[in-house]
Design a binder for this molecule. Structure first.
Ligand SMILES: NC(=O)c1ccc[n+]([C@@H]2O[C@H](COP(=O)([O-])OP(=O)(O)OC[C@H]3O[C@@H](n4cnc5c(N)ncnc54)[C@H](O)[C@@H]3O)[C@@H](O)[C@H]2O)c1
Length: 346
C-alpha cells in the first residue's frame, strides 16, 4: 500500500466520516479499530463499499503495542480517535477506560517517537477536561441555563479555562490530552489536540451517554421516547460532523505550525441549545409530540457548556459552522433513509 493516513477508531462515528473524506480526496487510509462499538462494523462496510481501493483495515486494539507499531510504520499522519468514550463506562470499568484512553495513547506516542521523524498527530480530545464549571454563576433564562456573566455567555469557554478533570473518563482523556501536547515538547512531534464538545451527524450510534443528540432523534423517530436527566434546561453547543472533519483535516495540514497546541471545537454560542428546546425542535420536525420522561440529574452533568472555538477557526482559517437546525434536518433526512432505518432497527 502507498503511504497511508492512519485513523485509530476509524470505524467509529467521527472516524468513518473522516476516513470517507480522506479517501474521497485520494488518500490511502488505514483504519485501526476493534469494531467494539455498536455500528462500527456497519460503518466500515459502508466505507469499503464507497472506497474499495483506498480503505485498508487493521482489525486490532490500540492497547496492543505491536499492532500500533505496525500501523504507524509508513504513515503520513495519524488521527487518534479510538477511545472508550462514555462517562458511565469510565465509572463502571475504570481500568478498561484507563487502558484504552491513556495507555493506548501513550503506546501510540511511543511508536511515533521510535519512528524518529515528525509525523503529524491530531488527537480527538474532549471539553470535559474543563470539569463541571460549578464556579460559574448561572441564571435560568427562557433559553435554558446561561452564565450570569454576559461576556462569558456571548463567547463561551475558551482554552484559557483551567483544566479540572472529573470522573475516570475525564481523567483518562484529560491525561491523554496532556501527553499528546507534551509529545511536541519532549519528542518534537507535530501534535495537536482538538477538545470536542457535542458532535452529531450521520452514522452516529447514539446512546444517552454518548451521541445523545442522535439518540434523542432516533428514539423520537421510533416512538421510543426520550429520558431527560435533570431539569432539561441544560445547554450544550452542537457541531455537525462535517465541520469537525474540516477542522481535523486543517489541523493535520497545519500541525507543523501548531505543534503542542490545544483548541476547543464546538458549535459555539450561535449553536447553543437547551435539551428541552432541542426536543421541541425535533417535535416540530417530525410533526408530532415526543414522549419524554424526566429523571434525576446525573453526577457531573454540567448545566451549561458552550465552546468558544474562535481560536481554532482563526488558526485553521475555517468558516462558521453549520447552523444546528440545518444539521438536525440533514440528520433527520438521513435517519429517514435506508441507512438510518437500519440504525434505528439495530
Ligand atoms: N462525538 C462526540 O461528540 C465527541 C465529543 C468529545 C470527544 N470525542 C472524541 O472523539 C473520538 C471519536 O468519537 P466518536 O463519537 O466517533 O466515538 P465512537 O465510539 O463512534 O468511535 C470510537 C471508535 O474507537 C473504537 N475503539 C474503541 N476501543 C478501541 C480500542 N481499544 N482499540 C481500537 N479501537 C477502539 C470503537 O470501536 C469505535 O469505532 C473519541 O476519542 C471521543 O472521545 C467525541
Amino acid at each position: 500500500m502507498a503511504q497511508h493516513v492512519l485513523i485509530t477508531g476509524g470505524a467509529g462515528f467521527i472516524g468513518s466520516a473522516l476516513a470517507d473524506r480522506l479517501a474521497a480526496e485520494g488518500n490511502h487510509v488505514l483504519v485501526l479499530d476493534t469494531l467494539a462499538r455498536a455500528g462500527a462494523a456497519d460503518n466500515l462496510a459502508w466505507l469499503r463499499r464507497r472506497h474499495p481501493r483506498h480503505i485498508a483495515v487493521a482489525h486490532g486494539d490500540i492497547r496492543d503495542g505491536a499492532v500500533v507499531a505496525d500501523c504507524v510504520a509508513g504513515t503520513a499522519g495519524v488521527f487518534h480517535l479510538a477511545a472508550q468514550a462514555a462517562v458511565s463506562v469510565g465509572r463502571s470499568a475504570p481500568l478498561e477506560d484507563f487502558e484504552i484512553n491513556l495507555r493506548g495513547t501513550v503506546l501510540l506516542l511511543d511508536a511515533l517517537r521510535r519512528r524518529g521523524d515528525a509525523v503529524p498527530l491530531v488527537f480527538a480530545g474532549t471539553t470535559k477536561v474543563y470539569g463541571d464549571l460549578a464556579d460559574i454563576p448561572l441564571d435560568l433564562c427562557d433559553d435554558g441555563w446561561q452564565p450570569a456573566d454576559t461576556a462569558l455567555r456571548a463567547a463561551g469557554v475558551d482554552e484559557r479555562r483551567r483544566l479540572d478533570f472529573h470522573t475516570p473518563h475525564g481523567c483518562s482523556k484529560g491525561a491523554a490530552d496532556q501527553y499528546v501536547l507534551d509529545a511536541a515538547r519532549s519528542f518534537g512531534l507535530p501534535s495537536v489536540v482538538l477538545r470536542m464538545s457535542t458532535i452529531y451527524g450521520m452514522r452516529q450510534c447514539g446512546t444517552p451517554d454518548q451521541g445523545w443528540l442522535t439518540h434523542f432523534l432516533l428514539a423520537a423517530m421510533t416512538g421510543g421516547g426520550i429520558t431527560l436527566y435533570g431539569d432539561g434546561h441544560q445547554v450544550r453547543d452542537l457541531m455537525f460532523v462535517d465541520d469537525a472533519v474540516d477542522t481535523c483535516l486543517a489541523a493535520w495540514r497545519r500541525a507543523g505550525d501548531l505543534a503542542g497546541r490545544a483548541f476547543n471545537l464546538g458549535g459555539g454560542p450561535d449553536n447553543a441549545v437547551s435539551l428541552l428546546q432541542l426536543v421541541g425542535t425535533i417535535e416540530r420536525l417530525l410533526g408530532r409530540p415526543v414522549a419524554r420522561r424526566m429523571a434525576p440529574a446525573r453526577a457531573d452533568d454540567r448545566r451549561w457548556f458552550v465552546t468558544d472555538a474562535r481560536a481554532a477557526r482563526a488558526a485553521l482559517d475555517l468558516p462558521a459552522p453549520l447552523p444546528w437546525r440545518q444539521g438536525l434536518a440533514r440528520l433527520a433526512a438521513w435517519a429517514d433513509g435506508a441507512q438510518g432505518r437500519a440504525v434505528r432497527a439495530a
